[in-house]
Design a protein around this ligand. Structure first.
Ligand SMILES: Nc1ncnc2c1ncn2[C@@H]1O[C@H](COP(=O)(O)OP(=O)(O)OP(=O)(O)O)[C@@H](O)[C@H]1O
Ligand SMILES: [Mg+2]
Length: 134
């Protein structure tokens, strides 16, 4: 399956990305609780793009995870913004470089089954999250 791409260039794209993720989750058979968690994760990650990187994109796809080839909804959220200097610090509950609560990244990790943060100062940020399809 070709990934579905949602550009994130303005605040209203947060809503678009969140809705697309929720719809895809529903189509894949996720329950309402999972749909809400997936939508919240996409919302937090795309809000970070708008706040810290200005522009980026969301890629939604279904992937096969290696052990037992279990299928998952995979969401890649990436930008070519300033990147994150200290990723361990950024993942800490309550740490924010702005006026935020500092819960977006660690909260997203808790909502999803898989979370991977790749960021390089001056290059950009790519976050990959997955939730196993029931
Ligand atoms: N895409 C990004 N590009 C650059 N820096 C980022 C990006 N996403 C997060 N960060 C950095 O990581 C920090 C932690 O992000 P996180 O989403 O956890 O908290 P927050 O955005 O500060 O607050 P909250 O999400 O709770 O409103 C941010 O304050 C910011 O410095
Ligand atoms: Mg945030």
């Amino acid at each position: 399956m070709e990934p579905e791409r949602v550009p994130v260039e303005a605040e209203h794209h947060i809503v678009t990305a969140r809705q697309r993720a929720r719809t895809m989750a529903a189509e894949l058979g996720f329950g309402v609780v999972d749909q809400t968690q997936i939508a919240a994760a996409v919302s937090e990650l795309t809000r970070n793009i708008v706040l810290y990187a200005e522009a980026g994109e969301v890629l939604l796809s279904v992937v096969e995870q290696s052990p037992g080839r279990v299928r998952a909804l995979q969401i890649v959220v990436r930008d070519r913004g300033p990147g994150i200097q200290d990723t361990d610090l950024a993942m800490r509950d309550g740490w924010s470089s702005s006026e935020g609560l500092g819960l977006g990244l660690p909260g997203t990790q808790r909502l999803m089954d898989f979370f991977e943060l790749n960021s390089k100062a001056g290059v950009g940020t790519t976050i990959t999250v997955r939730k196993t399809i029931p």
